[in-house]
Design a protein around this ligand. Structure first.
Ligand code: ZN
Length: 81
């Protein structure tokens, strides 16, 4: 029997202040040659003291995969133009 992994809320601590970071959302900008991709509401951990931001690894990976697919399409458009 395979059990569904429980969704555990990750605790993130600021490396500088050792304080627990608050989960928030932010804009994530990806700059590439020929285009700029702006994503709203990307989950991010913010330190309440120094304001340091850490993006969730899973989110960053998902965005990276999305960009890979996008780049294939963008190169097709570039070739057509
Ligand atoms: Zn901090």
């Amino acid at each position: 029997m395979k059990r569904e992994p429980e969704r555990i809320e990750k605790k993130m601590k600021c490396e500088e202040c050792c304080l627990e970071m608050k989960k928030s959302s932010s804009i994530y900008v990806i700059e590439r040659q020929g285009y700029r991709l702006l994503l709203n509401n990307v989950p991010v951990y913010v330190c309440p003291q120094c304001g340091a931001k850490y993006f969730d690894e899973d989110e960053v990976e998902a965005i990276r995969l999305m960009v890979e697919h996008l780049e294939l399409d963008v190169s097709r458009i570039a070739l057509a133009g």
